[in-house]
Design a protein around this ligand. Sequence first.
Ligand code: F6P
Length: 361
Amino acid sequence: GKRIGILTSGGDCAGLNAVIRAVVHRAVTTYSWQVLGIEEGTHGLLDRPVRHRVLLPAHVDGNILRQGGTVLGTTNKGDPFAYPMPDGTKKDRSQEIISGCKELGLDALIGIGGDGSLAILRRLAQEGGLNLVGIPKTIDNDLGLTEVSVGYDTAVAVATEALDRLQPTAASHARVMVLEVMGRDAGHIALAAGIAGGADVILLPEIPWTVDGVANRIRQIRAQGRNFALVVVSEAATLPGGGKARQEFTDGQKRYGGIGSYIGHLIAEATGAETRVTVLGHVQRGGSPNPRDRLIASAFGVHAVDLIAHGKYDRMVAWSNRKVIDVPIADAIKAYAAVEVDGTLVRTARGLGIYVGEPVA
Ligand code: F6P
């Protein structure tokens, strides 16, 4: 039998535990292999002894299918090729990770991560001769070659629910409510939740917009006799004068939130409306995975183990046309998926009268 390792890497999201559960079941129940859960992403592999535990079906049955976060822990700090040391310098610690994998005697490693983590894991695998299979997870849904990644659907559901809760209070007070959502440099969460949650304005990183365009939409709503409006702003929405909010508001530091209040202020100035701003933040990452995330997580986990059974490595499992497939990890990382400026969802939003920025020439 084989011995495989599994780790979660990068930002957490809903559905990671469902992946872990599926991998353990397929590997142990179907193939009688051993599964080692590596703790805290690649960090666990830096310590000696390597921080890990044997995962059996008994450990992953019960509740973890339903639980948010990752029972293994994760990290998005500490690129092993430029690892931040306490004295402020950076050090290449990749060989320590590779030797950590060798110490565990792994036949293969399953890495659950977004584009950044998968790129790092792939580089480690190439340099250390490790057999890697990747599973895509990110609430941002910006990984190419897969229609969805684990965590995205739940994040959209959370943002949609936030709009459902903002609407009555907006209407009661005749306010314009601004909801700032995550998504890193992509507007997928904003666009999907905005449509599903009945937003009037959706501001994305991919499509330039103007204060006039937003104000006109709000005036039009008032003229039609409605006293409130809902605005969804992606954390990396473009700024009216050009530039991206995420960079502008983070001073090079990774800090979340900011563009929403700025845009709320612009709307108040331009329309005289009373505005309030909600920054949804990490609420979008926690919580129980919804059925669709549990489903793709399960399908991804089973397929990843099957790839190992067939000796197929350097592949990422993916979702396409109602089924699970696999693609080269390198291609998936390269094929970054932004919102298509004239895609179905943007056209749908425009068809509903939602202002999603200026029409693309
Ligand atoms: O990539 C996932 C994500 O949640 C982004 O949407 C967001 O910009 C970022 O991570 C937040 O990172 P952190 O958890 O380090 O604050």
